[in-house]
Design a protein around this ligand. Sequence first.
Ligand code: HPA
Length: 235
Amino acid sequence: MKKTPHIEVDREGLIAETVLLPGDPLRAKFIAETYLDDVICFNRVRNMLGFTGKYKGKKVSVMGTGMGMPSIGIYSYELIHFYGVKNLIRVGSCGSYQEDVKVRDIVIAMGACTNSAYASQYGLNGTFAPIASWSLLKRAVEAAERKGIPVKVGNVLSSDVFYNDNPEAWKKWAGMGVLAVEMEAAALYMNAARAGANALCILTVSDSLVSQEETTAEERERSFTQMVEIALELA
Ligand code: HPA
């Protein structure tokens, strides 16, 4: 096993089969320090920190992805193809597109629409529908129910732009029932689909395009905790 351009692991066993993927590498550090035992840091390249430890006795890793589809595309591809990762669970934030999806709510992306050209590499003569792994989705919903944490399950938009030149553009997606916008799920789902791996994206709503409401850092912490606890149950 040799190092990849972006992950400095050259030995078997340092990365678990299940990896949680926050966008922010410092979130990865926080998750490892808060929830895992026997933690090792396996990656420092570009400060994209990755850790492996144990959760309730089960080996699990957590690593940052950076923002956007190109970035999560690189890290998820290397984790799957070079390190044998089987289950990839993004834990991120999103902006709500719907009145009844409130800030601090948890959204699970059953599907991920996108305005990116990521799928063009596959040469399909149609539109690919990036979807979550059914078994991870089912288990996440069951874990949320056990814990009494309400979740909204549906479509999200994985957007290439955070600052859209057309401030009204989101309303068309909202009209198609899309729950929220983020910037990574579609690429993660496509990489997993192409490689036969399992992927899921769990999100907390950090802001709302409907109400213009935003969460404070402290408010985000609580829903972040619930989201991570759901994700860790999948290890
Ligand atoms: N747009 C894109 N990604 C996001 C947003 C948003 O409003 N909020 C959190 N992630």
